[in-house]
Design a protein around this ligand. Sequence first.
Ligand code: GLA
Length: 387
Amino acid sequence: MQLQQLQNAFLQTYGRPSEAAYFAPGRVNLIGEHTDYNGGFVFPCALSFGTSLLLAPNTDGVFRFCSLNVSEGVDVPLHKLTEVLPDRCWANYPLGCIAQLVRRGWMPQTGYDLLFSGDVPQGAGLSSSAAIEVVTAFAFSELWQTRLSRTEIALVGQASEHEFAGVNCGIMDQFASAHGKKDYAIFLNCDTMEFQLVPVALRGIKIVIANTHSPHKLDSGAYNARVSECQTALAQLRSVRPDLKNLAELTLADFEACSGAITDAVAFRRARHVVGEVNRTRRAVEALQAGDIELFGQLMNQSHISLRDDYEVTGPELDALAEAAWQVDGVIGSRMTGGGFGGCTVSLVREEAIPAFIHSVGEAYTARTSLTADFYIAEIADGAHRL
Ligand code: GLA
């Protein structure tokens, strides 16, 4: 939506003009899945989809949360800014970020009227929640002159997700939304937060996102269960490797040598995925930098297989999309992206093959699932900014 339209919507909602406008994007992860909370590498990029936030201070001592995507608005008085709203209310995502800023010492003296508007498909694994968190943290950080860095803004968003949405997520989504750069992917070490922007100049190849329309259920507990299975594996490995800080530190050879200490079969497979995925992510970035896009694509496919068989976060819909994509000429690689359990796949597809890709993957998907997939050509865009 254009800024002018958003400003008109603000005027209609609150009867007065907005004073500032901000935007933060969703993300697509190219490779490195379920590695972030294990201290591993990820390789996401910010998308042109995202969430806008328009706002103006008020004199009523209330934060008013409205969204063009949700019918109900929510009012939160200043003295309740650190309390979670009941019934999984959508406003917990932005409120959680304001609560983090309040706890860090920035207590607002006035209320604010807020209007959100997002175009990240919801429940698609493209980080609609990180976009709303980061746009809120970024906006108030600027308005209140907190001088928080983009990494700290990402951490505020992650803390909100943990405490106000109950998802023990890693840092990838909020980091990509805060740090994204047009035409670059972010090679991030989630242990140290060191990152490198890597140009994604894919000559004649596009990043195609396919949406299962089978919403991912990150808050269903399956995500948190993966996080704790990894903690179980780590705790058991520490019986033979007391020095181990996180699973991602292990090389493939280290894992071979010490994985016998993991007695729980499920935890073993989760750890095997993490160690393999960290290795694939490092190799994929090297391949991209060396111009070996074919290898990058093979590593994407292997990533999906590991997420399907060892990590068990794909499910029939994502498998149907990825497996159909692998059959199409001109597809370099295809895998699920994000948390999983529904959501989207990401594929690298030669431009001339895109119509055939959409046609045959779409048909195969409907035949296997009776659902209809949607396809978007991804545009890699900038991270959070003022509009
Ligand atoms: C979700 C989480 C991220 C990350 C991915 C899986 O998107 O929010 O932190 O763990 O799943 O890679």
